[in-house]
Design a protein around this ligand. Structure first.
Ligand code: MN
Length: 492
């Protein structure tokens, strides 16, 4: 899988021959200055590459074909310095499926009141050229991001940066492979879904292997390999147990999983506590440390949340915060101080920890296996999102809720799992009503690093439905949105 820094974005400036070579040379110079300025701002996670100014239909078609098939190019940004008749863009745009951003900016910030003449007007007509450009993209019904603002300002730069992260999520999805160990938990509905549809829409290759395939690899893991993994655990976490054998069992599980992932190119996996034939423990610490190292995970066979965890980790590479597989577990309904307590049986990612995680061994009370080692920690305070991808039958829907997260309000000495609490916006009552009406799962991905806008952009790139629950959510409006979306997707 390529990393964030390996991807680049192409900056394509539109014009036409009508203006003559002198003006076109100036367009090229100004456009180069904008690309340099954006790269030097330090706000973009990936490199922006200047491409020669396009003036004819054949130049436009050629550059979009090249962008489409270049593995490093994660998307295209267009800008019209002058007027660029948009029929010239139809053939280039219509077969282009990668992320696409239209940057509506202008080279000069202010009008040069004393010098302005018709030559200046003809050179600097983004206000007019970008409207012509916008029409044809709307006419082609193409999803794209429009960012408006002066190119030297931080606000549009940060919008472009966020979109680049979503585009990396798009690219990662196109080459994404994951492993289901065992099937979905018996009779659970929301963790199910159409894997063929997911591969068509999202690019995800979701493969199944029986748990015996893992056990066979585990049986060949050497003591030296386990020792090395134990050293990694001791360097990152506090060993808060005398039951070292139980921890070594998780180390052996993790080493075996890593071998299977590397051999097959998997970036995420699921387990199911109902299906652990030949295993002594449910992977707990193993799953948590794999998540800390960038892999996605989903419990009970939930491949959608496992893949989303991996994709969102890739999108947030280099950002503060952390991104974790999560589950709404129980509520604190104290009037005026309502919170959700999120956790899982074991597998919460330590990337969201605010304390040094402790390795502990406790009974699970479910699944009938030995007491598994797991990491126990509290999470950080901060703005976050929770995201849930569901299969509505015929289409995928991504639901995102803005939340205010915090460590557990009080100590919970008898609860041996990692925990995080949050106030969902606009408040617990409206959020939970909206989430349930939208069909959101109990499993989600919690991220302190990404925003609802990142996920909205990603959903648009994937051409899937997006529902945002936030401070402005009104149930009456949401109900209409859900009804209208249902109709719209039937027509698509
Ligand atoms: Mn679960």
């Amino acid at each position: 899988m390529l990393k964030m820094k390996d991807y680049e974005f192409w900056f394509i400036t539109g014009s036409q021959h009508l203006y003559g070579p002198e003006t076109l040379a100036q367009v090229e110079k100004d456009s180069t200055a904008i690309v340099d300025g954006l790269n030097k701002s330090g706000n973009l996670p990936c490199r922006l590459v200047f491409k020669p100014v396009v003036k004819t239909p054949s130049e436009i078609t050629k550059i979009f074909k090249e962008a489409q098939f270049d593995d490093k190019c994660a998307g295209v940004i267009t800008w019209m310095h002058t007027f660029s008749p948009s029929k010239m863009w139809i053939n280039g745009l219509k077969d282009f499926t990668k992320p696409y951003l239209h940057f509506h900016t202008q080279f000069n910030r202010t009008i040069p009141w004393n010098e302005i003449d018709m030559d200046f007007m003809n050179l600097n007509q983004s206000a007019h050229g970008d409207r012509e450009h916008g029409f044809i993209v709307s006419r082609l019904r193409k999803n794209r991001k429009v960012v408006v603002g002066y190119w030297e300002d931080e606000e549009p730069q940060k919008k472009i940066a966020g979109w680049m992260r979503s585009a990396v999520g798009y690219m990662v999805s196109q080459n994404f492979k994951m492993l289901r160990l065992g099937d979905n938990m018996r009779q659970v509905a929301v963790t199910e879904g159409d894997k063929v549809e997911a591969e068509i829409k999202l690019g995800w290759d979701i493969e199944y292997r029986g748990i015996g395939d893992l056990v066979a690899v585990m049986n060949k893991v050497t003591d030296a390999e386990v020792d090395k993994k134990m050293d990694e655990y001791r360097s990152k976490y506090d060993m808060d147990t005398d039951n070292i054998d139980a921890v070594r069992y998780q180390a052996k599980t993790e080493v075996a999983l890593e071998k299977i992932f590397e051999e097959n190119g998997y970036s995420a996996f699921t387990t199911n506590f109902e299906d652990l034939h030949g295993m002594e423990q449910l992977p707990g610490l193993a799953a948590q440390n794999l998540m800390a190292n960038g892999y996605g995970f989903g419990g009970e066979g939930d491949w959608k949340v496992a893949a989303m965890t991996a994709v969102m980790k890739a999108m947030s590479e280099g950002l503060e915060g952390g991104t974790a597989f999560m589950e709404d577990y129980t509520y604190h309904l104290e009037k005026g101080n309502e919170h959700i307590l999120g956790a899982h049986m074991l597998e919460v990612c330590p990337s969201i920890s605010s304390t040094k995680p402790k390795i502990q061994v406790h009974e699970l009370g479910i699944g009938g296996k030995s007491a598994p080692a797991r990491l126990v920690f509290d999470s950080a305070k901060g703005d976050a999102i929770v995201a849930s991808l569901i299969d509505m039958g015929g289409r995928l829907r991504l639901i995102v809720n803005d939340v205010k997260a915090c460590p557990p309000l009080q100590k919970m000495p008898r609860l041996p799992v990692a925990g995080v609490m949050w106030i969902p916006l606009p408040n617990l009552a409206v959020s939970a009503e909206a989430w349930i009406l939208s069909g959101g799962a109990h499993h989600s991905v919690l991220s302190y690093s990404l925003t609802a806008e990142n996920m909205r952009d990603w959903a648009a790139m994937m051409d899937i439905e997006f529902i945002h629950i936030g401070s402005d959510t009104k149930i009456e409006e949401l109900e209409k949105e859900l009804l209208w979306n249902d109709l719209a997707y039937k027509l698509k």
